[in-house]
Write a protein that binds this ligand. Structure first.
Ligand SMILES: *Cc1c(COP(=O)(O)O)cnc(C)c1O
Length: 378
């Protein structure tokens, strides 16, 4: 269950173990597979907010067609890591961020009429690349975070497109709509529909369509075996002169990461076993944020140098809980263990996306996890 190179890295980690291990090769493999599945010429961008570890982003940057960024900080990182192309979205871009995006020749996904006017003013005649982020009237596919076809702060309402200021040339549309959609066939239908809608809308508005960005949202199943099946991602060839782009974050990064935390104590109270960890939701907040149990694998550590007995349980369900002084610091509830000892390490796979980056690191001021980025092998 734990790849040997990950286990090897963890056996060399400082004790008590608390670490993220990242394998950029996994993300690079995902990008290659996705490119293979999509029509020739489709740009595969990586959404940096899923995991902005600079070593990982640098490795991804060398293989993806570009990076999607959502802040001035991510924009700076994208430039430092040599992104071939930068796309910039975000509902509250500041003037400074817009100016930096113009300087970086980024494709700016504009989210309101006011932002469009501000951008035209900031550009002062310099070349700007603009796509309109649209909150379409129609419903979107299933997934966890619907962002269009429903009221959100993202994008321009479809009905407002006709009255937008026209002082900047528009390349096309950005239609990111959903997160964590596991149904690849439904996602393909969404992307194909995005192409059709873009053609019609561009024609109606008198825009020469060159760019359609269908966003991210490719799903990861954290608790089961469902995979986003690329063979069902049947996308039609975009019209001549139109570049299709996608920008997944989660699906590229999730499987590049393992979060590992050593068992500091094992205790039972009110009939439940708790494995208390050096780590927790301040490093990996996703299960607490989404309200699910993230599965773990036990990495047995046989070494026990102490003169006192080693606490141990076998054949029981345990809750994996963290070092924070709050009952909400729970990574996993009731997972069965054959054997678990103080000093063993719980390893949580699939923690490379929206893990460290979304967590409240400084709550309680525990030391940060070690971060180990594996070299590109296999
Ligand atoms: C977050 C985000 C993404 C990536 O979403 P995933 O669900 O991680 O694929 C892509 N585009 C935009 C605009 C985003 O905000």
């Amino acid at each position: 269950m734990i790849p040997e190179r990950v286990a090897a890295a963890l056996r060399e980690a400082r004790r008590p173990v608390c670490a993220y291990v990242y394998a950029p090769a996994v993300a690079i493999g995902r990008i290659a597979a996705l490119r293979e599945a999509l029509p020739t010429g489709t740009r595969v961008l990586y959404a940096v907010k899923a995991n902005s570890n600079p070593d990982l982003v640098r490795a991804i940057s060398a293989h993806a067609d570009g990076l999607e960024v959502a802040s001035g900080g991510e924009l700076a990182l994208a430039r430092e890591t040599g992104a071939k192309e930068i796309a910039f979205a975000g509902p509250a871009k500041t003037d400074d961020e817009l100016a930096a995006a113009v300087t970086a020749h980024a494709m700016i996904h504009v989210e309101s009429a006011h932002e469009l006017r501000r951008l035209a003013h900031i550009a002062q005649g310099r070349a700007v690349r603009v796509a309109l982020r649209v909150n379409r009237a129609a419903d979107t596919p299933s997934g966890s975070h619907r962002m269009t076809g429903t009221p959100t702060p993202f994008g321009i309402a479809e009905e407002d497109l006709d009255t937008l200021p026209r002082d900047l040339p528009i390349s096309g549309f950005h239609l990111h709509a959903v997160s964590n959609n596991l149904d690849a066939a439904a996602h393909a239908a969404f992307i194909n529909d995005a192409l059709t809608w873009s053609e019609h809308t561009a024609a109606r508005l008198g825009i020469t369509l060159r760019y359609v960005n269908a966003g991210g949202g490719f799903g990861i199943d954290y608790t089961g075996d469902t995979t986003f099946d690329l063979s069902r991602l049947q996308i039609r060839t975009p019209p001549k002169g139109v570049t299709l782009a996608v920008e997944p974050g989660r699906w590229i990064a999730a499987d590049t990461g393992w979060y590992a935390a050593e068992v500091i104590d094992l205790k039972r109270n009110h009939g439940r076993w708790f494995a208390v960890l050096r780590g927790g939701t301040h490093h990996f907040r996703l299960p607490a944020a989404w309200g699910y149990s993230h599965p773990f694998t036990v990495l047995p550590i046989d070494d026990w140098p102490h003169p006192f007995p080693r606490p141990e349980v076998s054949d029981v369900p345990v809750d994996a809980t963290g070092e924070l002084c709050t009952p909400r610091d729970v990574l996993t509830r009731g997972q069965h263990v054959d054997r678990l000892r103080v000093g063993d390490v719980l390893v949580l796979a699939r923690t490379g996306a929206y893990g460290w980056d979304i967590s409240h690191h400084d709550f309680l001021r525990h030391p940060y996890p070690e971060v180990k980025v594996l070299r590109h092998v296999g």
